[in-house]
Design a protein around this ligand. Structure first.
Ligand SMILES: [Zn+2]
Length: 195
């Protein structure tokens, strides 16, 4: 079996900065491999493209330019947020607004963003909403551990279902049951937000 659209893939990998420093960003080992459904937009398209056609035991070693990964650093993603946004019961949580702190936020459409605190003034908090890996080239090395057929339900949802990790999100989702009624085939229906 080879990695192609509709297959559930398990890999281990190391992700390092491809800027000469070789700094380790992420290490995924055999105990908790990355599992995903190939060809459904779950991972970076170029990451999936580099794994396409590999089989169990194959190793991989490739660099994704920032344009193929998380894109360039955007100035528009650095914004001044009114400090009142961070008020709880009329009080500012100063610990929250420590420079460099990353704060999960939501816009009025319910989209989630992580914002890094760059600067705090009397009225505003300058926040960076760029992806932490924006503007950097990424070096992936790893090995294919397993490939299996996806279930019809997984194909319908466009992501994997696994007893131990639900949708593959970290929220402990329980979407392995009662989601087939969801009319939106993109949506998991379990409310875990992982789609
Ligand atoms: Zn699901």
């Amino acid at each position: 079996m080879i990695i192609e659209k509709g297959k559930v893939v398990s890999v281990l990998y190391e992700l390092r900065l491809a800027d000469g420093s070789d700094e380790l960003i992420e290490k995924v080992n055999e105990n908790r491999p990355l599992q995903y459904l190939q060809g459904h937009g779950n991972l970076l398209p170029k990451f999936e493209a580099n794994l396409e056609g590999l089989t169990v035991g194959d190793t991989f070693d490739f660099v994704l330019k920032s344009d193929e990964a998380y894109g360039p650093v955007s100035k528009e993603a650095i914004v001044d947020v009114p400090i009142s946004v961070f008020e709880v019961d009329g009080k500012i949580d100063e610990e929250l607004l420590t420079i460099g702190n990353v704060i999960p936020m939501m816009d009025n459409q319910g989209n989630r963003f992580n914002g890094k605190v760059l600067e705090v003034t009397l009225d505003n908090v300058k926040m960076d909403f760029n992806h932490p890996l924006a503007g950097v080239d990424l070096h992936f090395t790893g090995r294919v551990l397993d490939i299996r057929e996806a279930t019809p339900e997984e194909l319908m949802h466009g992501h994997i279902h696994q007893a131990s990790s639900g949708c593959g999100c970290d929220g402990g989702c329980s979407c392995t049951t009662e989601v087939t009624e969801s009319e939106d085939t993109d949506a998991c229906g379990c409310g875990c937000g992982c789609n």
